[in-house]
Design a protein around this ligand. Structure first.
Ligand code: FNR
Length: 379
C-alpha cells in the first residue's frame, strides 16, 4: 500500500500489523454492532452546502476546548489497552498529540501509567477516570493526575456495567490479556509488533498494578478489573469527584437531553455526547444523531463535545456545524498507532486536518469559529 490517504488506509495497515485479538478489540462494538455502525453511517446522511466565489484565503482551524487552545477541535479519546496496539502506545500517542497541538486523554485502563506519559510529554494531557468501587483507588488516581498536572479530568459515566462484545469473547480476550496457544500464534504472525513489545517493560495496566490495594499480580488484576466497575454510581459521586479534583471537569457518555441537563447542574465544564463508540448500549442512537437535541437542550449553558464515528475532517465539520465545540477520535488514532506507531497517529491527525481545511473552504468559510448550521443543507 502507498502513503495512507484516508483513515481507512490506516485501518487496513493496522489489521496487517496488530495481532488479531487486539485489532478486533479496537474494531468492535456491543452485540450486533448496530450503534457502532450507525455512529459512522449517520455522518454520511448529513449534507454540506457547496459555496463558490467567496474568499478562501488565510484559513484557520485553531480554537479552544474548555478554554484551552487547540490547533483544531479534535482530541484523542481515552482508550483502554492502547499499549497493546503498539508498544508504549499511550506515550507515543500523547507525544503525537502534543506536537500537533491537540489534547490527548489517558484512560484509567491504559497500559502506560499517568507517570509514564508525564515523563515523555512537556504539556499537560487529560486524564479519563472510571469510578471503581474501591474509592481509595479512585482518590489515588485523582491525586496522581493532579500531581502530573493533567489539565482536565474526563469522567466516564456510561460504563457502570460492561457491555458485551462478541469479538472479544470469541477471541478469548480478557483483562488483563491471558495468553493461550491461539494468542501466541496470533502474535507470532506479527513479528514487528512482537519485537517492539518485547523491547518494553510496559505490558500491563500500570495505572492499577501497585496502586490498587488488592492487585499484586496478573491473576488478582484480572479478578479486580472484572468486579470493580460500579453499578451504583450516581450524580452524588460526580459532585465529590468534582470537589476532590478541583480542576476542569468533562462528563463523558451523555446521550440524552435529560442527562445533559443533570450534567449542567453539576457545574462541569463540558459534556461529551457519546455512546462509548457503540461499545455499550447496542440499539442506542448514534452520537451525531443525538447531538442537535442535546445542543438545543443545554448548548447555551455548557460546552458540548462529541465522539463516535468520526472518520474524516468532513465529519468533524458536520459536528462543529451542529454545535459541538470539540470532537474526539478513538479508533482513527488507534489504527494510526497500530499501523505506524507515533508517525501513524500523526498521519491520522494530518489526514483529518487536511480534509477539514479543504472542506471548510469549499463550504465558503475561512475560520472554524464561523462554522455553524449554515454550512449544512436542511439543518
Ligand atoms: C474505548 N472507549 C473508552 N472510553 C473511556 O472513557 N475509557 C476507556 O478506557 C475506553 N476504552 C476504549 C477502548 C477502545 C479500543 C475503544 C475503541 C474505545 C471509548 C472512547 O473513548 C470513545 O468514546 C470512542 O472510541 C469514540 O468512538 P470512535 O472515534 O472510536 O468511533
Amino acid at each position: 500500500m502507498g502513503k495512507p490517504l484516508e483513515i481507512k488506509d490506516l485501518k487496513a495497515l493496522a489489521k496487517r500489523r496488530v495481532p488479531k485479538m487486539f485489532f478486533d478489540y479496537a474494531d468492535s462494538g456491543a452485540w450486533t454492532e448496530s450503534t457502532y455502525r450507525a455512529n459512522e453511517d449517520d455522518f454520511a446522511k448529513i449534507k454540506l452546502r457547496q459555496r463558490v466565489l467567496v474568499d478562501m484565503t488565510d484559513r484557520s482551524l485553531a480554537t479552544s476546548m474548555i478554554g484551552q487552545p487547540v490547533s483544531m477541535p479534535v482530541a484523542l479519546s481515552p482508550t483502554g489497552l492502547t499499549g497493546m496496539q503498539h508498544a508504549d502506545g499511550e506515550m507515543l500517542a500523547a507525544q503525537a498529540a502534543e506536537e500537533f497541538g491537540v489534547p490527548f486523554t489517558l484512560s484509567t485502563m491504559s497500559i502506560c501509567s499517568i507517570e509514564d506519559v508525564a515523563s515523555v510529554t512537556r504539556k499537560p494531557f487529560w486524564f479519563q477516570l472510571y469510578v471503581m468501587q474501591d474509592r481509595d483507588f479512585v482518590i489515588n488516581l485523582i491525586d496522581r493526575a493532579k500531581a502530573a498536572k493533567c489539565s482536565a479530568l474526563v469522567l466516564t459515566l456510561d460504563l457502570q456495567i460492561l457491555g458485551q462484545r462478541h469479538k472479544d469473547i470469541r477471541n478469548g480476550l480478557s483483562a488483563p490479556p491471558k495468553f493461550t496457544p491461539k494468542h501466541i500464534w496470533q502474535m507470532a504472525t506479527r513479528p514487528g509488533w512482537c519485537m517492539k513489545m518485547l523491547g518494553t517493560q510496559r505490558r500491563t495496566f500500570r495505572n492499577i498494578v501497585g496502586h490498587a490495594k488488592s492487585v499484586t499480580d496478573l491473576s488478582s488484576l484480572s479478578v479486580w478489573t472484572s468486579e470493580q466497575f460500579d453499578p451504583r454510581l450516581s450524580w452524588n459521586d460526580v459532585a465529590w469527584i468534582k470537589e476532590r479534583w478541583g480542576g476542569p471537569l468533562i462528563l463523558k457518555g451523555i446521550l440524552d437531553p435529560e442527562d445533559a441537563r443533570m450534567a449542567v447542574s453539576t457545574g462541569a465544564d463540558a459534556i461529551i455526547v457519546s455512546n462509548h463508540g457503540g461499545r455499550q448500549l447496542d440499539g442506542a442512537m448514534s452520537s451525531i444523531g443525538m447531538l442537535p437535541r442535546i445542543v438545543d437542550a443545554v448548548g447555551d449553558k455548557i460546552e458540548v463535545h462529541i465522539d463516535g464515528g468520526i472518520r474524516s475532517g468532513q465529519d468533524v465539520l458536520k459536528a462543529v456545524a451542529l454545535g459541538a465545540k470539540g470532537t474526539y477520535i478513538g479508533r482513527p488514532f488507534l489504527y494510526g498507532l497500530g499501523a505506524d506507531g507515533k508517525r501513524g497517529v500523526t498521519t491520522a491527525l494530518d489526514i483529518i486536518r487536511k480534509e477539514m481545511d479543504i472542506t471548510m473552504a469549499l463550504c465558503g468559510k475561512r475560520n472554524i469559529a464561523d462554522v455553524d448550521r449554515s454550512i449544512l443543507l436542511d439543518a
